[in-house]
Design a protein around this ligand. Sequence first.
Ligand SMILES: Cc1cc2nc3c(=O)[nH]c(=O)nc-3n(C[C@H](O)[C@H](O)[C@H](O)COP(=O)(O)OP(=O)(O)OC[C@H]3O[C@@H](n4cnc5c(N)ncnc54)[C@H](O)[C@@H]3O)c2cc1C
Length: 505
Amino acid sequence: MKSLWIDRRSDPVPTDPLPTDGFESGARYDAVIVGAGLTGLTTALLLARAGRTVAVLEARSVGAVTTGHSTAKLSLLHGGVLSGIRSRGSSRVLAAYVEANREGQAWMLRYLEDHGVDVQRRDAITYAGTAEGVERLDAEYEASHAADLDVERIHGLDLPFETHGALRLRDQAQFDPMDVLRTLAADVRAHGGAIVEGARVNDVETGEPSRVSTSLGEVLADVVVLATGIPILDRGLYFAKVRASRSYAQAYRVSGELPQEMYLSIDAPTRSLRTAPVGDERLLLVGGNGHTVGRETDTRRLVDDLEQWTHRHFPGAERTHAWSAQDYESMNLVPFVGWMPRTGHHVTLATGYNKWGMTNGVAAALSMTADILGGSIPWAKTLHHRITLPQDVAHGVAANAQVAGRLASGWVSSNVHSLPDAPPAEGEGVVGAYDKEPTAVSTVDGTTCRLSAVCTHLGGIVTWNGAERTWDCPLHGSRFDSAGRLLEGPAVDDLERLDSDDAVG
Ligand SMILES: Cc1cc2nc3c(=O)[nH]c(=O)nc-3n(C[C@H](O)[C@H](O)[C@H](O)COP(=O)(O)OP(=O)(O)OC[C@H]3O[C@@H](n4cnc5c(N)ncnc54)[C@H](O)[C@@H]3O)c2cc1C
């Protein structure tokens, strides 16, 4: 499912052409940045501006994963995040979180203004969709004021459904995230940086220099920046400290008045609303229905539910786009940013933005760049050297117990059920035992593919995502297309292909 942002561009984001014979072996850079989303390109630009030689290696294409599928509100009003951080007890961490995002937002607004990129200024509104949500709204109001954010309470929104009070933060912003990536990518290249698409990094052997193995060959780097959404190397076990959460978004042509601002419900079911200018018209974007990747049995139902909700409240709305994407939630709501353990300050990483990466991603880029260049940012020190609190450990233990349960139940159920004799119907996928091995079979566009159902990251059993027609791992969020090719997540290898015939049984 293609996002509005990716679909509306017929011309690809400019990148360096791949050398026909792969990388010149041993090409050496001051910094190799892995991943060309918002975090990777911002970091690359900051380093290139500081005179460092940089190469951005992107497994797919610029913006292909989360940034190009974001709803892209550049806001400091983060749903219920501030009260969540405050409830963990540290006012210093809360203040530093807001400061980091404020700097991230300010940097981006300045940058986009300097480069003439279209940005729409809008108020950000968090509302309670239920009476139960009001208490959470109150807590968020208190936390916002404790962190010096000028949030107001308001009533009576211009929305066509019932709400129970709201918070407003004036003069925030929204944009087309592919406009932003396109501008950053051109700027990186203008500063001498290289951007190479289709280069999947498989491993990093740290040293001086570090050796970065990619699907195209090897490069050398003094520093490696993992801006891959979730880190691909398992040192530091970050995959076990974040939860992969997938959400749905849709764009609509609506006749009549559109809501003016940017909205997010603080309670379930989550609903996110904003508009997007496209040519002469304005589309309505609706998002929500998030869930842990790989743990929802019927993802098509979630797409339909969002569509029915939109038609109920915006009668006659005509859907133009539907897509989904995932981001990573850290257990204490604060991103993990900084040097990866046991890499001798050769590898740095950023993850865990909780679906607020437009500001957190820029803040991470500022923080990692300061680390690499030998600078020091007070908010970054507070955020990234924080201690893990007992409740976060408990939360992590519970989350990892769920992962262990999923691992076991996936293997049991894939061994108990044998594969049906007939291939799955078009758009369907099924997991079962074949030759005593967990096997995933799907039919997409008339082609039936049989794959190992064992995720190449840590051995979870993948589940079928009917909305995206992909195989998704319920442990740490790796995803693969119906032919087993890796799409995203901490895995670095494709699913094993068992065959590809048009009749299975
Ligand atoms: C539905 C949804 C809505 C959202 N809305 C908002 C919002 O309104 N406001 C907001 O602030 N945030 C929002 N977010 C969050 C925000 O979009 C993300 O936090 C942000 O885009 C993450 O950027 P990134 O650069 O870290 O990751 P990505 O954009 O995912 O970039 C990572 C890149 O790394 C590449 N990569 C991965 N592994 C490798 C490898 N081994 N080798 C080479 N390359 C690799 C990937 O292909 C990818 O291109 C939303 C998220 C979702 C899911």
